[in-house]
Design a protein around this ligand. Sequence first.
Ligand SMILES: [Zn+2]
Length: 412
Amino acid sequence: MTKTKRLYETNAYLARCEAVVLDVRELAGDENNKRIHRIEVITDQTVFFPEGGGQSADIGWILPEDCNVDACIPSLDVTDVQIEDGVIRHIARYTDEGTDPVKNGGLKSGGKVVLNIDWERRFGFMQNHTGEHILSGLMHNRYGFDNIGFHLSDNSVTLDVNGQLDEEEILLLEWEANRVVYQNLETEVSYPEDSELSQIDYRSKIEIEGQTRLVTIPGVDICACCATHVRRTGEIGLIKIVKVIRYNGGMRLFISCGGRAFALMQKRQQRIEEVSHLTNRSQDEIGDGVRHLLDEIGMLKQKNRDLEYQAAFLRLETIPAEQKDAFLFVGDMDPIVQRNLVNALCERHEGFCGVFSGNDEQYRYIIGSRKMDSRDVQKILREKLGAKGGGKPAMIQGSVNGTEARIREILP
Ligand SMILES: [Zn+2]
């Protein structure tokens, strides 16, 4: 089959084009929804960018020219686009409710169609892709890093490089990238001959086939790339590095450009305002506000522990001093208080002393003894109730499922 003419390579701003259908094929439908049918459409030319080089395919719709317009829009949606040996396949779908575009004769080999891409989505891809070139180019020039991975989809844009930068260098990189946006540089596309190409220092991506297409942002980046980019860097609007993680010995940058970056910053601004309101501090001081709350929580926790301790010690008095073993069942208790309580019991009673904290579904226990081997109790709890835990003769701890009544039955 003849290779598809890729209109997006010469004009990335073409959102729609006419084309002649070369082949239409029924594909297996949607298993989960029998009313959804899938077809594959191959045309002589297209504005649809196929999945490749880490970038998701364009989506959009196909309108057969002979088709009844009302019946076919928007039911023939293009949900995926793939390229193989230079032939681009549009994977489209329609539901029963729409007119079957093949059976009604509108979509057939030799027929004409109009191809439309979801332009807003594509433009976002162009902003993000060009932003990626700028960041990769700057890192390549300044630090000699290579781009070793790129992913651009509806949800995220990531860029992997084989080197690492510290926080300050990342902030500087972000500033420089946005300065390139302000300079509003023109992106140039060229197809140099092999002899010329050997003289040019350009970044290359692996999956290049056929003639090399160079995308140049003057003074910033030269890269071999088949994808779609904005005409001038000013159209990117904003380049934001959202997150950086160490990755494969280098780093992965999560980036956001253009409208996406703006929407993200708008949302973050709302969150910051919310925290500012909740902490009763200005936006610049929310860190202090949160720290103040954490300090307060820490203080309250300590106070709560003290009260729990005091309350628990009152319960010690309820156990007769002459009793050899002593076990207390309490609600959810701080483990530090629980341990102190066991120690206090051990001072008063010479047998096994334990505190069970929790409820009748599950208890966390600590058991100790001055003279006996606490592990004997652990053994009983494990054998009779499947308790999990362990420790030393002086003290064991673990957890057990069962009611207080049932546990007391088997305790010494
Ligand atoms: Zn590119």
